[in-house]
Write a protein that binds this ligand. Sequence first.
Ligand SMILES: Cc1cc2nc3c(=O)[nH]c(=O)nc-3n(C[C@H](O)[C@H](O)[C@H](O)COP(=O)(O)O)c2cc1C
Length: 215
Amino acid sequence: MSQKPTDENKTPENNDELLIELPSLVKEGEESLEEVISERRSIRNYQDEPLTLKEVSQILWAAQGITDPASNFRAVPSAGALYPLSIYINASNVEGLDSGLYQYLVDDHKLSLKTENNLKDKIYNAALQQSSIKESGVTLIIAADYEITEARYDDRAERYVHMEAGHAGQNIYLQTTTLGLGTVAIGAFNDDEMKDILGIEKEPIYIFPVGKRMK
Ligand SMILES: Cc1cc2nc3c(=O)[nH]c(=O)nc-3n(C[C@H](O)[C@H](O)[C@H](O)COP(=O)(O)O)c2cc1C
């Protein structure tokens, strides 16, 4: 049951791109890192309650956001600081955000609408009908442009890109844990089908459905 974006956070920049401002970030938490690591689990069942845009904003920042504006270095390490990863989200139950597929614009901390179609059922089918996707309020897709890293690291690039996706995935786990949300890493899906559904050039490599944790 997503709502229309408010006038304040929805900016039609031009005919092709609809941008959504993301809420400001919180950089202090109540739990220690050790507590969050201890608490982290793969959670596959969620409450049927909407996520907030603030929660989505926070998770995207943890996955790939800029932590040092002077250098543009990000929350996760990257071989050669080349940053081959992109994050897409399919929103299906987020307060203040229309359903649809969006790309996270790292530099601006905004979302760019790719399609207003809610792709959840298709993503669910391409991911072997894993119920975590069906139950999620938002599904993050980490996609990679291998050529960015190959240009410098040749045949070591593939492993570097996958290592980076792991770093991003762990941050998604830890951030969702502190927010009282749940997620699970999904590596089992049909690559070609998923890429086709998302309509993207990059390779989808890792998927994280997110929802409110069961009480
Ligand atoms: C690379 C990778 C791929 C995974 N793929 C799936 C998946 O497709 N579906 C799923 O339910 N869990 C998947 N998992 C989650 C594991 O099943 C889970 O991490 C493991 O059971 C340990 O549980 P924990 O994460 O709660 O510690 C994946 C984990 C990793 C690291």
